[in-house]
Ligand binder design. Sequence first.
Ligand code: URA
Length: 434
Amino acid sequence: MNAISIIAKKRDKKELSQDEIDYFIKEYTKGNITDYQAAALVMAIYINGMTNKEITNLTISMANSGDTIDLSDVSDNIVDKHSTGGVGDKITLILMPIIASLGVPVAKMSGRGLGFTGGTSDKLESIPGYNVNISIEEFKNNVQEIGISLITSSLNLAPADKKIYALRDTIGCTANIPLIASSIMSKKIASGANKILIDITCGNGAFMKDIKQAKELANMMIKIGILAHREVRCVITNMNEPTGHAIGNTLEVIEAIKALKGDMPEDIKEIIIALGTQMLFMAGKASDAVKATQMIEEAIQSGAAYNKFKELVAKQGGDITYLDDTEKFPKAKHIIPVYAEERGALKTIDTEKIGNISVYLGAGRIRKEDSIDHTAGIVMNQRIGNVVEVGQVLAYIHTNDESKIEGATRNLKEAFVLDPKKVAKPKTVIGLIK
Ligand code: URA
């Protein structure tokens, strides 16, 4: 068996055996198979697809490519949450402290930004001192002591996914159902969760562009879950516009802190209730939706969720004075309003374009090794369905680089399409699949 014969087999649309997948993943992780050979196989998978058996084998091989965490001494019911990514998606920062404050242990590893989408680890690092790179022992201790830990996936968990994920980003192979399903599920299996809730974002700012694709991805992950003895539920949410108002790391952290203090945009609230309800069901903490909603609302109103977030930040070295007074967070040097030049109802927002402008402003990385500007980003001032008058602000650009203002303004204007007719507000939560 060798890499070339495996690539050729997938190129010729044949099914790879478990041994072939295991061999390729093991040798690529060790560095014995080159990036260009892995890129060729990934591209062949992207074009020719995989059978369910191949996808499950790929998931298990990637999950076993490094360490795996056993969290059974923390709880026999670890419920994890993962999003397929989007623009302005700060749901983890808000939802996880809520859930932890309700007695459900939260042990979560998050990624960094990928393409036009942001990453929770980058956002957490906007809080001065917050350490996302703690050891497995500290991670488990924190979950045992305060019921929550949020870290980055820098531990040696599913290293094959880490390599393939970064590779996919550079060869135009991010939006692909077998690759996304195996990427997410391998990480979740390696990190010790036995119940997994996936937020499948759907729309022009997500990898899944339509509901058919989102459902296909959901069913795929549920099937992998059954074969790997994990309960998987998927909530499909709208990503035809950014989540909430803020896009960019510090800006999103501030929005998340305000949400935990009770000041929550309506779309975020709907997503929090939908995902939180499923997590409480899976954890056995609630059995009806009305009760679950009450529990979530009470966790916010009582301050329990915010206090849990503060406890988390303090435990991982972050400066909690920034949470109590968000004015302390550094701001970008230039905050530039972008105005509407015509009147109309906001019909569409090119969300991927907005994500890319935010990356251009410095909020994300173009190359893996790039550093990011935590203060950079965009704050949206309008949502789909709003009637916008000439001269009203569509969004604000936050940047430290004056030379980027003109291009970002021009591109941002193009991302908003107005219509003379009335436009209905879209649904935020599209469906549940389990
Ligand atoms: N999130 C992941 O972890 N992997 C993907 O491939 C896409 C989103």
